[in-house]
Each structure stands twice: as structure tokens, then as C-alpha cells.
Design a protein around this ligand. Sequence first.
Ligand code: AGP
Length: 618
Amino acid sequence: MCGITGYIGYRDAYPIVINGLKRLEYRGYDSSGIMMYDGKAMNLSKTKGKVADLEFIVNNEEKRKAGKIGLGHTRWATHGVPNDTNSHPHFSEHGDLAIVHNGIIENYDTLKKELTRRGYTFKSDTDTEVLINLIQEVKKNNKCKLGKAVQIALTNVVGAYAIAVFDITKPNELVIAKLGSPIAIGVGKENSEFFVASDASPFIEYTKNAIYLEDEELAIVKVGKDIEVRKIMDDSMVDTNIQTLKMSLEQIEKGGYDHFMLKEIHEQPKAIIDTYRGRMLPDQGIIKMSGVDDHLAKFLNADRIIIIACGTSWHAGLVAEYLFEDMARIPVEVEYASEFRYRNPIVTSKDVVIAISQSGETADTLAAIKLAKSKGAFVFGVCNVVGSSIARETHAGSYTHAGPEIGVASTKAFTTQITVLSLIALKLAKEKGTLSTSAFQNYLRTLAHIPSQIEQLLKIDDTVKEIAAAYKDAKNCLYLGRGFNFPVALEGALKLKEISYIHAEGYPAAEMKHGPIALIDENMPIFVIATNKGHYEKVVSNIQEIKSRSGKIIAVVTEGDTQVKEIADHVIEIPETLEALTPLLTTIPFQLLSYHIAVMLNKNVDQPRNLAKSVTVE
Ligand code: AGP
């Protein structure tokens, strides 16, 4: 986690670095810091808290902003509590070198002991300060340039890193390296300037040309000179692959919404259209997905599909289990990536593994993919971030095309993941003949209707606000759903926990009687998905059981419902659709509800405590 950014060139670096940090705050936000080189000295400003707190400190002293070279960091603490001292950038003991780092140096303790033995002292508790002193020690002992020193030092490091390093004795260059954590280098016209960042958002208004370093690569950027990229381990030169970015500035700004989360909730109709555009072709009666088409035999001959993911993406995977088994009759297992990677799973070359990840950087998912590949499985990625580590590590894949998701609580990523997975399930069902042509066509027509139905649903905001006001002070909540909507219940509970810090549990509705029912009293709000298809009568019975124990019932029902309306305290209506597609609609009220509760409780919606958008540590 953590966001790093930097600049070297002809412009004032401060606005670029500080604004870049604001855009990267989704990656971590417990402390931040900036180093500005003013031509003579490196001026360091660091503080616990948000980037806004850092900006406040820097604004009080013009000197802290001066210079055409800067490095910035926004932190999600791993080694060392969030405080001013542990914030990055870190300097080497002699004060010549500065570093910003995203990742974990796992053998930092051994390295620190060795450096201590050689006389080094440390100000912070971080692994990063150990790394910069190791680089200094290598540079001194080998009498080499910064690039070489960083390279040699990194061969002694176990762990993950994306780093940018500056040397005051060579103030025309930055050294950047990557293993496991993402890093992009923005390239200005004729190499007149360079930008460094954890993703391309900090430099999108300055250049569309970017290089994404691969693992174990190191780049040396010098103003006015060609970029040099090398492999860290064998020192071989790498051809620089400059990509043209498609991201726009509007995509990463709030666009008039109070929070990114609300903007992203409202972007879902468009995001879903972007997801199926060019893939779902109802007129031709086909689904075209090159990632699947190119490997169709793998999918059709698979013994089973194993889905690996974390958090919300795992919930999308659970929806996919219902989709694949119901439509395409392929056995599916859904695994938490963090469990899968360590439990010696049975995986063979007859398995297809689908890895789902919005960020494409989640460490556990990445490790699970590597494990599955090592056992011979074909691994397919469903990612949002183009060019991300998971997108590159998988054999093939389909992007969700949701556009940047900045709010830490995932919203449009979830619905677009379900859209991609629905398309794959439908495609396989058609190929296998497990779905009739008319049913297949009906799915395509109905899916094409979902974006406008979400538009319609988003208008229920006032009803949701009333419900939010009524239950915002609840201490515990229960979310219930069955079948395709059981994962939506889990996702609803996760959304509430994440941003309002209210304890919430998701359960299959019928499981309630095996335990959670004991919790129900007149103070307990229970959110139940009771759409007219999928065990409706059974869910109604569950609702009756709640009613007789005085629980408060907030039900998500299909338009025109009368039965649940008579029993529930509140109802939210969703438009009619096919049962397998209901998660795309039932999830919307829960997103809005969590959002409004968090706002009413004055919580930081986009940056909830202790969380980060991409979890690049295990
Ligand atoms: C979602 O609201 C969460 N912030 C979190 O559970 C997230 O889905 C999880 O960390 C997985 O992230 P990924 O999709 O980027 O892999």
C-alpha cells in the first residue's frame, strides 16, 4: 500500500507532488511527507495525518516548496506506527540520499542488525530507513553511482518494493525500482521531465506517455537523457516500452459529487455499459470476449473453475459460482486468496482459475495466482486496472473497464465484475448448450436493460436517506439473502462495516435460525433481500420469524410486491429482472445506505480508518 510520487524537470515540483499525493491517498493515508530539493539542500516536511495536514505545514513556510525536484509519500503503516518520524521520505544517515518506498522489506531486521554493527543509527522504526542506509553503505563500499548502488542493495533484499531514490550529489537523476508493488514513470516531451508515481493519476495532465516497470526492473531517469531500464538481478538492459495512457483527468476527479464513493455509485450505469460494450452483441446473438475466445477449450474442458479473490472481489466471485454452476453447469469453488495460497490446495492442469481484483495489485491474490500457475492451472484475470500486476501475471483475462475507482469502498468495481462474470458464464453456457438459444437471447436483452434500471434505482436516494437516519445509531446489523443474493448480503454488510464502523454480518437467510436469530431484538435492524424470484416464499417465512422476535425489517423487494410490504418496517423496490441478474440491482440500495449512514455519522467516506484501496501486503 502507500502511494509514492516524484518529479524531476523544469517545472516547480511542489504542486505536482502534493496534488499527486492527494490523488494517491486512496492507497494509504495515516501519514505523509515530501522532500523538495531547492538546488542546494533537501527540505523535508513530514507529518502524521492526511495530505491536507502536510499541505498545511508546508504552506506555512515558502522554503519548503521550492525546487524542481521532489519526492512525496502517503503512508499505510506496516513497520512502525504512523507518526512524523516514521513517515517517508527517509534520508540515509549521511543525509545524501532520500527515498520513498511502497512495500515491505521482509529481511529488514537482519539488514538493520548488520548495518548497526557497522555503526549506523536509525531515527525511525521503518524498514525503508534500513534500505536507504543499505544503499548508502553499498555506494560507499563499491564507490559506485547511485543506480548501481540501488541495484546491488536490492539484490540483498527480500520483500516487495516500489522505490524512488534521489542523491544530492547527482541532482539530475532519480533511480526507480520495482518488485511486487506498482510504479509508473511519466515521460515528458524529449525527456525534459519525468514523473514517478504508484499509478499514472498524479501526472495525467502533464503527459500521456508512461512506462510501467516490471518486477525486478530498475530505471535511471536523467533530465534530457534517454531512460535506462535494467534487470536488477542480471544487469541486462530492457527495451523501454512507452505506453499511451487512456485515462483522463475528469475520470479521477469528483465531478461535483461530495465523495468519490457517491460519484462511483452513480457511475455504475455507464460503467456496466462500458463493460459489455463490444462484447455483448444481442443482434448477432453472441458474446465476444477475446480473452475467453482464445482459450475456449481450456474453459470448456475444465474439471472445475476455482475463483480466487479478496474482499468485495471475493463476493463477486461468490455470485459467479451461482452463475457458472447454474448456467454453464461447471463446478466452481470460491476461495479467499489468502487461504488458498497457504493451504496446499489441490490444483491441476485441468483446472481453470479465475482471479478477480479491482486494483490488480492485491498481494494475496497475486501470490495465489503464482501458486496456481506453478501447479499447471490456466489462470484468467478479471481486473479493473489496466496493466496491473495481476493483469500481467495471468495467462489471459478480461478487463472490467469500470474506470478508476478511488473510494476505498468498492462499488462500481463489484457490479462490473459481476457483469464480466455473467458474460463469461453466458458465453460458456451457450458453447456447452446448457442454456437454450432463447434463454441466452433473453439474458442478453435483459442485461442490456440493467444500466437504465440502475439509473431508475438511484432515484430512491430520499427513501434510503430516511432509512439511514432511522438506523444510523444501530450497534449491530444483519444482512440476509439467498441464492444469487446471498453474496449481496455479505457485500452489503461489508460496505456498512467499512465506512460507518457499524458491526454488520451477512448470512444466507435460512442460516439465521442456526445462530444469528439469537441476536434479534427490537434494536436490531435486519436488511433482507426478498425479490420475487429465488425462494421468495422461504425468505418471507424468514421475515416472519424476524417479525415475531421484534426485529426491524428493511426489505429489498421487486416492484409491485405486496406480501413483504405488509410485514416489513421499510421496503425498497427494485425493478423486475431475471433472477441471476438481480445482484446488479439489489446491491445498489445497500451501497447508498452505507454511504448515507457514513455521511450522517460524519465518517470519512472515501478514506475509512485503517483501510487502503490496494492491499499490497499480505
Ligand atoms: C472493498 O470495499 C474493499 N475495500 C476490499 O475488500 C477490496 O475489495 C479487497 O481489498 C480486494 O481488492 P482488489 O479487488 O483490488 O483485489
